[in-house]
Write a protein that binds this ligand. Sequence first.
Ligand SMILES: CC(C)(COP(=O)(O)OP(=O)(O)OC[C@H]1O[C@@H](n2cnc3c(N)ncnc32)[C@H](O)[C@@H]1OP(=O)(O)O)[C@@H](O)C(=O)NCCC(=O)NCCS
Length: 202
Amino acid sequence: MPTSPMLTASESTASTRLREGGAVVRKAKLPDAVNIFDLVNSLSGDGTLLRRSYAEICENVRDFAVAQSESGVFLGCGALHLYGPHLAEVRSIVVKPEAKGQGAGGRLLRALLEEAEEQKVTAVCLFTRIPDFFFHFGFRVVDRTTLPDKIYKDCQTCPRLYACDEVAMVRGPLPKIAVLGPSRIAQPELVKLQTGTVTPGS
Ligand SMILES: CC(C)(COP(=O)(O)OP(=O)(O)OC[C@H]1O[C@@H](n2cnc3c(N)ncnc32)[C@H](O)[C@@H]1OP(=O)(O)O)[C@@H](O)C(=O)NCCC(=O)NCCS
């Protein structure tokens, strides 16, 4: 995978260590969906990650990258959701507990950022409780209202809408446009009641 010219010194440290061995990152395939589903949802109970249904993971499996050991053991995953050329989002990034601290998470994130660059996306965002991890990779904290696409995609339906403990982060310039807006709820068709008198025998 080519090295991004935008990487900082801290990012390069992680990159150097990974080149020495360890996790291999590749695009996810449908057979990975079960591992992705199990790992992501193992951390959705406490709100660390958004819950993803198996169907949603299958439908969006091309968004995902997976990390695996050199012998092919699944170690973790992450996804890049494209809103448009103005914005992409890192989602569902997670490494199995026993594989943490060995570079897999950094390698996954770098692969997703490189994919965003290949797609010519100008900004990458995410919501997180661990901003320190993402500072390593050039993200900064921003006001969440600067990311209406993310808010309309996930926050509106989130039970923590008014008690959110995550910070919004962006890498790159803040998007100047948004493609999502409030969803319209279709009015149910009402049954029209007939009024008037019924003539017996008619
Ligand atoms: C966050 C997570 C993916 C990191 O994966 P990892 O494989 O342990 O991370 P790495 O070993 O690649 O670490 C890369 C760099 O980030 C640093 N780092 C790792 N976790 C960190 C954290 N929680 N806070 C701050 N820095 C962190 C490492 O020290 C390393 O820095 P260095 O290159 O200067 O040594 C992993 O801890 C995880 O799965 N957490 C639970 C799920 C989660 O919270 N996901 C984020 C949701 S937005």
